[in-house]
Design a protein around this ligand. Structure first.
Ligand code: F6R
Length: 364
């Protein structure tokens, strides 16, 4: 059932502190503060590259993973959308590893891409929420996301649990490859252990986000921008909004704004700026100022320090807990889910069963 929530989507958003914790527990040993993954069929040192393939929100999780693996494990990552990859006849590295991300484990294009990589002699790994699925059966190893059944068509808790799993894998690879040491491993994994409590804090602030939805539900277009690890969250936020509220929304890498999309900015276009404080903050802050100087209505998602720096240039702010930059994509996924939900409710759409969409896309 939906518990005391009106929709499965909201119930699943609110389950995130619990299921993020459970997923982390599957990969993290708190006593030794290490990531433990038994029976890996490959040695991270033997890989010249990892290929990660998925669709939709699961693909955005792959985008975040690319940043994590490259930063933390110094391991090159190629990512692709399954429907593109499967027909590309891509050359694959000898003895390589291909990783598939899917909530359902049944997505037709992702399964076809998996079969292609298997033919090409890759180790096949999957991050799946449904462990009795086609992809599970055809993989050499499955990394489960312990999100529990996800009923709402829009992925929420499965997405954040995919991120947790990917973060653990990146740390594991980093240690194995000598790119980070045990102290780094302990620091990064303890940053993940703090996510459930911070997620609860964000959920407790839901009324602030619901109030912002008032400013958005009549918009025709909404832009989301982010940079680095938070760029895929801009894409995810835009996808969530368009799929359940039917408002046209686009996510952009903040640095791409001036290469075209800034032409869309006027007083009627809300711009959601996702910018936790950290190494890239000043860059995105200057993008924020560029859009607000052109009359854009900026809704700024950041932490105390970010808001102190440029919050006055925004029309509205949402303050999130200050976190290690490594985990911000997991945390910032939550306010964009809530925003999409509240906007959809105001528009009166069917949030759990949006038009034209299916939970499991088993045909291409
Ligand atoms: C978006 C959404 C879809 C799925 C995509 C892949 O909210 O749910 O974009 O992420 O259809 O599905 P899975 O992960 O089952 O392969």
């Amino acid at each position: 059932g939906k518990g005391n929530h009106a929709h499965f989507m909201m119930k699943e958003i609110f389950e995130q502190p619990a299921v993020i914790g459970e997923t982390l527990n599957a990969y993290f040993n708190p006593a030794s503060r290490t990531i433990t993954i038994p029976n890996l069929p490959w040695d991270w040192n033997d890989l010249s590259r990892v290929t990660i393939i998925a669709c939709g929100s699961s693909y955005y999780a792959a985008m975040v993973a690319k940043y994590w693996f490259e930063q933390v494990a110094r391991l090159p990552v190629e990512i692709d959308i399954a429907s593109e990859f499967r027909y590309r006849e891509a050359p694959m590295p000898d003895g390589g590893m291909a990783l598939f991300i899917s909530q359902s484990g049944e997505t037709a294009d992702t399964l076809a891409a998996l079969r292609y990589c298997k033919q090409a002699g890759q180790h096949i790994a999957s991050i799946l929420n449904v462990s009795e699925s086609s992809m599970a059966r055809e993989s050499d190893i499955v990394f489960p996301t312990l999100a529990g059944p996800e009923i709402g068509v829009a992925s929420t808790k499965a997405f954040t649990c995919q991120l947790v799993t990917l973060a653990c894998l990146a740390i594991h690879a980093g240690v194995a490859r000598g790119a980070i040491d045990h102290a780094d491993e302990a620091r990064l994994s303890s940053a993940i252990t703090k996510v459930p409590e911070m997620a609860t804090e964000i959920l407790n602030n839901d009324a602030t986000i619901r109030a912002l939805a008032e400013n958005i539900h009549e918009a025709r277009d909404v832009l989301y921008i982010g940079r680095g690890l938070d760029y895929p969250i801009a894409l995810e936020g835009a996808l969530k909004l368009k799929e359940i509220s039917y408002i046209h929304a686009e996510g952009y890498a903040a640095g791409e704004l001036k290469h075209g999309p800034i032409a869309l900015v006027d007083k009627d276009v809300p711009i959601i700026v996702i910018a936790p404080s950290g190494a890239l903050f000043d860059k995105t802050a200057s993008n924020l100022q560029q859009v607000s100087a052109r009359g854009g209505r900026v809704i700024f998602l950041s932490d105390r320090d970010g808001i102190a720096a440029v919050g006055h240039d925004a029309s509205a702010v949402v303050e999130l807990p200050k976190a290690d930059p490594f985990v911000t994509p997991i945390l910032y996924a939550i306010p964009v889910q809530l925003l999409a939900y509240h906007v959809a409710i105001m528009k009166g759409t069917d949030v759990d069963q949006p038009r034209n969409l299916a939970k499991s896309v088993t045909v291409e």
